[in-house]
Design a protein around this ligand. Structure first.
Ligand SMILES: [Zn+2]
Length: 203
């Protein structure tokens, strides 16, 4: 059924599933049970998405499972400001939801890093990064963010809003993203001005 999905749709829906797993793993309401789903989902998605975009049977099957496991997790605990900002971007610029989530994810992960304890070590490990136990906090946080960025690029999504985002829209985008239902679950408190800065950093 999924083998006829176009590459772009496979990539963006797949990165949406990864965003569900990562935001669900670090959201304020996360606990042992939801962590179990999210870490497994990150691992399955990280090893399957490139194959799904290349339309291999293993990749397609992996993504069918990975997105489901992520859904079992985040539907219990909520998400964070990546989804708030993505909902708003899609509404203003007609951007596919998963593409918006993926574009924002590395810079939102960087913003959230100080509020995540050791969780980025586990994200990096689940993304397939080697040697995470020997890394400093700074190193494993960077490694997790880079692994996410690399996966997005490998499936054809560039983490930039150049040519899309208009400076004059930023105040309204930031206001609407701040008001979004996912924002209160974000692990790090964020203001409307900080949301505006995150959008601006991608121009
Ligand atoms: Zn989503």
């Amino acid at each position: 059924m999924m083998s006829s999905m176009p590459k772009g749709l496979t990539a963006s829906t797949g990165m949406d599933a990864l965003t569900h797993a990562i935001e669900g793993y670090i959201t304020l309401g996360a606990w042992e049970l939801s962590d179990m789903f999210h870490i497994k989902a990150i691992e399955i998605i990280a090893r399957s998405l490139r194959g799904a975009v290349a339309n291999t049977a293993e990749g397609r099957e992996g993504m069918a499972l990975g997105q489901y496991v992520a859904g079992m997790g985040f539907s219990n605990v909520g998400l964070g400001v990546d989804h708030s900002m993505a909902h708003t971007l899609s509404a203003y610029y007609d951007m596919p939801h998963g593409k918006a989530c993926a574009t924002l994810l590395p810079c939102v992960m960087e913003f959230n890093a100080p509020a995540t304890g050791e969780k980025y070590r586990e994200i990096a490990r689940a993304m397939g990064v080697k040697g995470v136990d020997d890394m400093t906090q700074d190193e494993y946080r960077k490694a997790a963010i880079n692994a996410v960025k690399q996966l997005a690029e490998d499936v054809g999504i560039v983490c930039s809003l150049k040519g899309v985002l208009k400076e004059e829209d930023i105040p309204a985008l930031a206001r609407d993203a701040y008001a979004d239902a996912c924002r209160p679950g974000n692990p790090r408190d964020i203001s409307e001005a900080e949301i505006a800065e995150l959008y601006r950093s991608l121009m």
